[in-house]
Design a protein around this ligand. Sequence first.
Ligand SMILES: C[S@@+](CC[C@H](N)C(=O)[O-])C[C@H]1O[C@@H](n2cnc3c(N)ncnc32)[C@H](O)[C@@H]1O
Length: 226
Amino acid sequence: MCQGPLRASTLLLPLIFLSFAVSFAQAPLPQTDTKALGLSWDKAYLDDKPAFNIEPNSFLVETVRSLKAARALDVGMGQGRNALFLAERGWDVTGFDVSEVAVAQASEQARKRGLRVNGLIQSSDEFDWGKNRWDLIVITYFPQLRQSVQKIVESLTPGGVVLVEAFHKDAALDRPPGPGPSVSFETNELLTMFASLRIVQYQDVRARADWGLFETRLVRLVAQKP
Ligand SMILES: C[S@@+](CC[C@H](N)C(=O)[O-])C[C@H]1O[C@@H](n2cnc3c(N)ncnc32)[C@H](O)[C@@H]1O
């Protein structure tokens, strides 16, 4: 279904992470754009030397120690490093991503490791988030977070938890011109975005970024739906 011209910023998104160019992808994507966006991310996942951490996110690993395994959603799951980790620990995991290559790699890993992950090739606009559905929503380095907040909050179960890791906007100082505004946040911005939830943990720390693999300023949040 062709609904409009493909925006250049859409095609550039993966490059933002890998070459740190600037981008502004904000509006919902028509389906054709979703396909093109997925194709552009595919390249990152076909690279022999990935510029990202292939291990599960360390903040997630730490956080789930205190959580009971239930239904989890991995948003923009990539190769499924976090989804597979959760499935291994008994979570019932669904993940979605626009990159067909990434979702195929996640499914293949799940098969090899004897795990079950429900991986879907969909954008955050296409995915049916549902209401009161997920006990844990994982969002690491996801470019459409600002646009997805309402869906995240609505789709969490009461007592459910959202976990976020992203760049602080000052990451641009460590590696100019920076990872781009869609994955970079102002001081305390995540707190404002999730103000309707109970903030369980907020970190503004220097640590090694999972995407780009350089030490920089990261923001991390765990928040629970009342
Ligand atoms: C920086 S990667 C992070 C992947 C994974 N969360 C991780 O931390 O390893 C961003 C991912 O989001 C996906 N993505 C970008 N925009 C998306 C959208 N609107 N809907 C779904 N996935 C999207 C990309 O294909 C890519 O796999």
